[in-house]
Design a protein around this ligand. Structure first.
Ligand code: AP5
Ligand code: MG
Length: 223
C-alpha cells in the first residue's frame, strides 16, 4: 500500500507484548519505516564503543538507558527521515522522551498493546532473535523454518541476554514506573488507541482495521 501523505505512529506496550511482531505486520501492510530503539541500541552495543558498553550495562540490568542519550540517538535517526512515514517502536519510554519527540515531530497515532504480564514472562523465555535485523521468532508461536536459523538469511538466531526471568521482572517494573505515565500523556493528547488481548494473532486484525480507517479518513480529508 502506498500512503498518500506522511503518517507518523508510535507503538507502545510492555516488554514482550508483541511490539516487534506487530510492527513487522504494520510495515509490511502499510509501508511505514520501522525504527526500533532496542534494535538501534543492540547494534550500537555490537560496535563495542564506550557508549555501547554503558547501554549494555543498563539493558542487562533491566534498566532504561538515560533519556538524553536515548533522545539524541533516536531524534538523530528521525532527522534524516524528514519525508518518510514511520513507526517508532520502544521510543518514547518516559515522559521526558515523549516531550523531546513532541518538540521535534508531531505524532498522528499511538498504538498501545495491552497484554497481561503473566503471558509475557512465558513468551520471552522462548523468543529467538536475529540480531542484525531484529526479526523475532518464538519456538511455540512462530518458529523459524530451520530451528536456530533466520528464515531470510540462514544466519544463526540468539536468545537476548535480557530475556532471563529475573531481568524480565525488572523490565516489567521499569515499564510500570517509567513508561505507563507516557500512556497517560498520549491519552490526554487524544492520540492513544489501546488494543487488549493475549494473542498477537487476535490483536492484529483490530490494529489493521484501525489503521485502514485512520489512513482512509486522512486521505478523504486531503482529497
Ligand atoms: P526493546 O528491545 O525495545 O525491548 P522491550 O520493549 O523490552 O520489548 P521486546 O523487544 O522485548 O518485546 P516486543 O514487545 O517487541 O515483543 P516481541 O514482538 O519480540 O528494549 C530493550 C531494552 O533497551 C530496554 O529494556 C531498555 O533497557 C532499553 N531501551 C529501549 N528503548 C529505550 C528507551 N526509549 N529509553 C530507555 N531505554 C530504552 O514479542 C515477544 C515474544 O512473544 C516473541 O517471541 C514473539 O514471537 C512472541 N509472541 C508474540 N505473539 C505471540 C503469541 N500470540 N503467542 C505466543 N508468542 C507470541
Ligand atoms: Mg521488540
Amino acid at each position: 500500500m502506498v500512503l498518500q501523505r506522511i503518517f507518523r505512529a508510535v507503538i507502545m506496550g510492555p516488554p514482550g507484548s508483541g511490539k516487534g511482531t506487530v510492527s513487522a505486520l504494520i510495515t509490511k501492510t502499510f509501508g511505514l519505516s520501522h525504527i526500533s530503539s532496542g534494535d538501534i541500541l543492540r547494534s550500537n552495543i555490537s560496535n563495542k564503543s564506550e557508549l555501547g558498553l554503558l547501554m549494555k550495562c543498563c539493558i542487562d540490568q533491566g534498566q532504561l538507558v538515560p533519556d538524553d542519550v536515548m533522545s539524541r540517538l533516536i531524534l538523530r535517526d528521525l532527522r534524516v527521515m524528514d519525508h518518510s512515514s514511520w513507526l517508532l517502536d520502544g521510543f518514547p519510554r518516559t515522559v521526558p522522551q515523549a516531550e523531546a519527540l513532541d518538540d521535534a515531530h508531531s505524532v498522528d497515532t499511538v498504538i498501545n498493546l495491552n497484554v497481561p504480564f503473566q503471558t509475557i514472562k512465558q513468551r520471552l523465555t522462548s523468543r529467538w532473535t536475529h540480531l542484525p535485523t531484529g526479526r523475532v521468532y518464538n519456538v511455540d508461536f512462530n518458529p523459524p523454518k530451520v530451528p536456530g536459523l533466520d528464515d531470510e538469511t540462514g544466519e544463526p538466531l540468539v536468545q537476548r541476554d535480557d530475556d532471563t526471568p529475573d531481568t524480565v521482572t525488572l523490565r516489567l517494573k521499569a515499564y510500570e514506573n517509567q513508561t505507563e505515565p507516557v500512556l497517560e500523556y498520549y491519552r490526554s493528547n487524544g492520540v492513544l488507541e489501546t488494543f487488549t488481548g493475549t494473542e498477537t494473532n487476535m490483536i492484529w486484525p483490530h490494529v489493521e482495521a484501525f489503521l485502514h480507517k485512520k489512513l482512509f479518513s486522512v486521505k478523504q480529508k486531503v482529497a
